[in-house]
Ligand binder design. Structure first.
Ligand SMILES: Nc1nc2c(c(=O)[nH]1)N[C@H]1C(S)=C(S)[C@@H](COP(=O)(O)O)O[C@H]1N2
Ligand SMILES: [Mo]
Length: 248
């Protein structure tokens, strides 16, 4: 029912070697300049121009190897919109250092929210902790203990979600996103195909196997969901480093 990333793009076993690609292109450039000494000036001018263009296009977007790999893996990821690229991220990151990351909830809700990690931890009545079973594209399985808040209860009790809402989109800082219907978010009895007694809600977790996420590596919020039915490949539906939750 839910599509995750396809196995072709799943890099867990075959990480893309960005450095190697860079090495090759650097070597190509050197070969060209050696063979065409007369044209050297022209070529280096071209390269300078190219460098400038790239900087202009990519200036405000943070790039690091991890997010590039993640982006390639994410079939659900959507190309960054112009809006995102143009937004003033340098101001945003200054804010993040001062106040910490905020989980945004926006769209068809009565109360749009910007929640700090501490404010989530204070929502004691909707905290859920449990061992979630995961299955991913290659058949890899695991049990992982997560602690977080019940997403449906957060939307219902704190954000006061509109009765007209039909979907919930979870958006990560690297552009990865997953869209769920309201019914999927409401569902409180996701399963673990290996444990007939277990029942899980969808949660926004900040702690995994007893350790909190490192806020320096991005927003410390992860969407976690169990299986809908035996064989359900649920791991790609998990969304790390959530930036916002949009209700439509
Ligand atoms: N933000 C973000 N979340 C993501 C992804 C991603 O690329 N970016 N990949 C998904 C996929 S395809 C899988 S299999 C799992 C991997 O979880 P892990 O990083 O804990 O191994 O995260 C999912 N969540
Ligand atoms: Mo994946």
């Amino acid at each position: 029912m839910l599509s995750g990333c396809n196995s072709k793009n799943d890099n867990e076993e075959t990480p893309v070697d960005i450095e190697q690609e860079e090495e090759i292109s650097q070597k190509d450039i050197e070969d060209i300049t050696e063979e065409n000494i007369d044209e050297e000036a022209d070529i280096s001018q071209d390269l300078e121009d190219k460098g400038e263009e790239e900087q202009i296009e990519e200036g405000p977007v943070e790039h690091n190897e991890e997010s590039e790999n993640k982006n390639e893996e994410a079939s659900q990821s959507v190309e960054k919109s112009n809006e995102e690229v143009e937004s003033n991220e340098s101001n945003e990151s200054e804010q993040v250092e001062e106040e910490g990351h905020k989980l945004k909830i926006e769209g068809k809700v009565e109360n749009e929210l910007k929640l700090s990690l501490d404010s989530l931890k204070d929502m004691e009545s909707i905290i859920f902790q449990g061992d979630f079973y995961s299955l991913n594209n290659f058949g890899t399985t695991a049990y992982t203990n997560f602690k977080g808040v019940n997403l449906w209860k957060l939307l219902e009790q704190n954000a006061n979600i509109s009765s007209e809402a039909t979907k919930v989109i979870i958006v990560a800082t690297d552009g990865y996103k997953m869209e769920f219907t309201i019914e999927q978010v409401k569902k409180q009895d996701y399963i673990d195909e290996t444990n007939p007694d277990a029942k899980f809600p969808m949660i926004i977790a900040w702690e995994e196997n007893g350790e909190e996420y490192d806020s320096e590596e991005g927003p410390p919020f992860k969407l976690v969901v169990g299986q809908t039915e035996p064989g359900d490949i649920n791991k790609p539906q998990w969304v790390s480093n959530i930036d916002k939750i949009t209700v439509e």
